[in-house]
Design a protein around this ligand. Structure first.
Ligand code: HPA
Length: 276
């Protein structure tokens, strides 16, 4: 196992980013999921920082994800977007997949929006639906915070009941309604991947209460909870989960759905960020 980062590592990453963005404190950080990275194009006056330039930052290996931080403005809001994130299935340790959250905390970022592509387990969902995550289930044993605690980020043991922020969820639903669609709510079941699930695994996830399934997000949400960063998570249902339609699940389909809902996703994100 790679040794966990120290507080000094997080600080070095944050100081580097802070220098590059002129010492600004972003209002919100946004993590863009598979097929949703083009949202960064909405920002103006941008500063683009490739992950490889940031001390101690992991480097994303997913081919279609860019691997860069984009700082910019949306109206009067200062936004720091991650175009490309880190997944456990790429070989990173769980703490590495959540590393940016500690950096965001040190940058003084007060709110986090996490997006992802997910399989739909609830049969009322349809590919292309946007769903607001109000809770999650992590069946894999490890945690991003396993190992020595860094007290500057929070307590060793901490509450997980408030991180999916109810005020942000209400705001997101209101903005969706105003744009003419309903933002459903759901529970995200985390699976490590990279294989998609078997039909039996999806039946199990449904039984335990998951309505969505995906391979990201949960590590970041856990670290955000420790750091007390209110978080909004929006999933794009890219496909129905295994066993529901019987169709093969492919990466192309996941990315294609992201493109199809681009307009709706972009409008919703922008309305939320402007009101945050
Ligand atoms: N399973 C896991 N992760 C996913 C899926 C899925 O069906 N679709 C998009 N990401």
């Amino acid at each position: 196992m790679t040794d966990k980062a120290t507080f000094a590592d997080y600080k070095a990453s944050a100081d580097y980013i802070s220098d590059r963005i002129g010492g600004a404190t972003p209002d919100v950080a946004v993590i863009l999921g598979s097929g949703l990275g083009s949202y960064a194009d909405e920002l103006t006056d941008t500063v683009v920082i490739p992950y490889r330039e940031i001390p101690h930052f992991p480097i994303s290996t997913v081919s279609y994800q860019k691997g860069e931080l984009v700082y910019g403005r949306l109206g009067d809001k200062k936004v720091l977007a991650m175009n490309g994130r880190f997944h456990y299935y790429e070989g990173w340790e769980m703490w590495q997949t959540a590393y940016p959250i500690g950096v965001f905390k040190l940058l003084g970022i007060g709110k986090l929006i996490i997006t992802n592509a997910a399989g739909g387990i609830d049969e009322s969902y349809r590919p292309g639906d946007l769903v607001c995550v109000n809770d999650h289930i992590k069946l894999s044993p490890t945690s991003p915070l396993r190992g020595a605690n860094i007290p500057e980020f929070g307590e060793r043991f901490f509450d997980m009941q408030r991180v999916y922020d109810k005020t942000l969820i209400a705001l997101a639903k209101e903005k969706a309604e105003a744009l003419g669609f309903t933002l459903k709510e759901g529970v995200y079941g985390y699976m490590t991947g990279p294989q998609y699930e078997t039909p039996a695994e999806i039946r199990m996830l449904r039984l335990v209460g998951a309505t969505l399934v995906g391979m990201s997000t949960v590590a970041e949400v856990i670290f955000a909870a420790q750091c007390n960063i209110p978080t909004l998570c929006i999933s794009c249902v890219s496909n129905m989960a295994a066993g529901i339609t019987g169709a093969a699940i492919t990466e192309e389909e996941v990315l294609e759905t992201g493109k199809l809902i681009k307009h709706r996703f972009t409008s919703l994100m922008s309305e939320i960020i402007k009101a945050i």
